[in-house]
Design a protein around this ligand. Structure first.
Ligand SMILES: *[C@@H]1O[C@H](CO)[C@@H](O)[C@H](O)[C@H]1NC(C)=O
Ligand SMILES: *[C@@H]1O[C@H](CO)[C@@H](O)[C@H](O)[C@H]1NC(C)=O
Length: 286
């Protein structure tokens, strides 16, 4: 009796270690398209039968929840025959092995002649969500610019980089992982900056018509010599919709859909890298 029950449970667990969780089950067919990108990723190489993997599972799911829309939290089942080459490529010798993948910094204003190679780092810190989240967010590339004054912000906005300029006016003085991830998501299409609202408060409130009681963070795009405020919520999808009026976000949306499908356990096909058309602006379509 007991024996059959255990068997049944065992097969349930191995059916999908991270099914219906914010952790992406990756395999040899999608690993590179998800991990070897401008995103920062943490990947757990595991085996479903390993006790330490099972202990890590709840904390790793929490990590995935915290980093949703910010960084990639993935897992590779090294017990599966088709994944074995991937696990040996990254020299996985014990389970679980947590590896953080750091993309190289892209220089947008220079043709990149350097090879695009990710740095890998085995995570040896505490297996707690908080520690893992901190470790990953600390390793995300910072493509944002911080401005302390409106004058500096306007100077920057007026320089034509060939990309759309965006500012986040925020009560927080420090750069948040969410803002860092926005700049990574839109890399090459939109330049992001932020201006903490603790300085020159009144002036900023006036210029951007901010109601400080109701607007804790405001995102605005510089277009045709003026700032336009985003009036929706600060979710990635809402921000993306807003920005799509000014920049070509097609490939960004496509990649996000691709990741979402993998998260749901589907087998999406990666569309052949359509080059992003820079500069396509809303008025072209009107
Ligand atoms: C991010 O980088 C920009 C320069 O590109 C810098 O102004 C800003 O202070 C940096 N932010 C942090 C938190 O390091
Ligand atoms: C990283 O971003 C740059 C700028 O948008 C882009 O040219 C490059 O293809 C991206 N790299 C990857 C691997 O997606």
């Amino acid at each position: 009796m007991k024996f059959t029950l255990l068997l049944a449970l065992g097969s349930l667990v191995s059916a999908g270690f991270y099914d219906k969780s914010p952790v992406m089950e990756l395999d040899a067919t999608n690993f590179d398209s998800v991990v070897l990108t401008n995103d920062t990723s943490i990947v757990e190489f595991y085996a479903p039968w390993c006790g330490h993997c099972r202990n890590l599972q709840p904390e790793y799911v929490k990590t995935g929840k915290h980093l949703q829309d910010i960084a990639v939290v993935g897992a590779v089942d090294c017990d599966k025959a088709k994944n074995k080459p991937l696990c040996s490529k990254y020299r996985v010798e014990g389970f679980p092995t947590l590896v953080v993948f750091r993309p190289p910094k892209v220089n947008l204003d220079k043709a990149n002649d350097k090879k695009y190679i990710h740095a890998t780092e085995v995570y040896l810190g505490p297996r707690k969500a908080k520690a893992m989240v901190e470790f990953v967010t600390n390793r995300m590339k910072n493509y944002t610019k911080r401005f302390a004054t409106l004058t500096k912000l306007f100077e920057w906005a007026q320089v034509d980089s060939g990309r759309v300029k965006c500012v986040v006016l925020t009560q927080k003085d420090r750069l948040t992982p969410f803002l860092k991830s926005l700049a990574v998501d839109f890399l090459g299409a939109v330049d992001f900056s932020y201006l903490p609202l603790n300085k020159n408060k009144e002036e900023v409130y006036e210029v951007f018509e901010i109601d400080p009681d109701h607007e804790k963070a405001v995102l605005a795009v510089y277009h045709d010599g003026k700032w336009t405020k985003h009036t929706g919520d600060m979710s990635k999808s809402s921000i993306t919709e807003f920005i799509s009026q000014y920049a070509d976000v097609e490939s960004i949306v496509e990649h996000r859909e691709y990741k979402r499908a993998i998260l749901k356990g589907e087998k999406p096909k990666k569309k052949g890298g359509k080059k992003q058309r820079k500069h396509k602006q809303a008025r072209d379509e009107l």
